[in-house]
Design a binder for this molecule. Structure first.
Ligand SMILES: C[S@@+](CC[C@H](N)C(=O)[O-])C[C@H]1O[C@@H](n2cnc3c(N)ncnc32)[C@H](O)[C@@H]1O
Length: 240
């Protein structure tokens, strides 16, 4: 999977090159290529932004520099994503869908954003990371790269993503590591039993419970067995 990031601040991407993503880069499972939009300025002062027609605060990134940066990396299979608070909110199913792409070009705005004409010309999809406004698209691009890379084959083992929050519509069950007892709190017996069927049952129930407590609206889209529906009813009755 190749990410080409069009940005005015490539140095902001240093933190993403650590840990799991860094190792995935070393193994060439993913490739993160940073393109400085400023390099495409024809201005002798390397200017890339200008005042906004019609007035208003701040500066806007000019269309020609973005277009030239885009042309320098675009291929037949590339998909261009503009990170913007106006886009569709990123969620797990979108992350998994994007992980199937070969080549993503991520366009990061800054200042007041980017001239609308170049957005109309090159952008395939607009994605937001939440209903708030950040100073630039760099952190959103890193969020997207991190989340998508986890689903690129070989970056993580399949087990690591299969039962995680959102992957089956539920939040993940609680997990424990050593020591067996911490501040008087013990690891549930069943998890130490080695009985895989019982462990799976316990985890599924706990996932339903966790989801019910933290994000009950997610349960509307989950297929529960009759037994699980009964369990959910019990949880609801206990709450009331
Ligand atoms: C200050 S914002 C511009 C906001 C724009 N004037 C508006 O009101 O929609 C500068 C840049 O940050 C990025 N950005 C800000 N908030 C974002 C969010 N929630 N999700 C994705 N990108 C965001 C976009 O690339 C945007 O062009």
């Amino acid at each position: 999977m190749k990410f080409d990031v069009l940005t005015l601040f490539p140095e902001m991407f240093e933190p993403i090159k650590q840990s799991i993503i860094g190792r995935a880069m070393e193994k060439s499972l993913i490739d993160i290529n940073l393109i400085n939009i400023r390099d495409f300025s024809k201005d002798k002062h390397k200017k890339v932004d200008d005042t906004i027609y019609g007035g208003g605060a701040g500066m806007l990134i000019k269309p020609d520099v973005v277009y030239d940066a885009y042309k320098s990396v675009k291929t037949e299979n590339s998909k261009v994503i503009y990170l913007t608070p106006q886009g569709k909110k990123l969620n797990q199913s979108k992350v998994e869908e994007l992980a199937k792409e070969e080549h993503l070009i991520l366009l990061c705005g800054h200042y007041e954003g980017i001239d609308e004409r170049v957005l109309e010309k090159i952008v395939d999809e607009e994605i937001s990371i939440g209903d708030y406004v950040l100073t630039g698209g760099e952190i959103p691009a890193m969020v997207l790269i991190d989340a998508v890379s986890r689903y690129v084959e070989g970056v993580l083992t399949k087990d690591s993503t299969e039962e995680e929050s959102f992957s089956n519509g539920l939040l993940e069950y609680p997990q424990y590591t050593k020591p067996k007892e911490f501040e008087g709190m013990k690891v549930p017996e069943v998890l130490q039993s080695g009985h895989h069927e019982n462990i799976d049952k316990w985890r599924r129930k706990e996932a339903i419970k966790t989801t019910y407590i933290k994000r009950p609206e997610l349960l509307e889209k989950v297929n529960l067995t009759d037994e699980e529906k009964k369990y959910l009813e019990e949880l609801k009755n206990n709450k009331d």
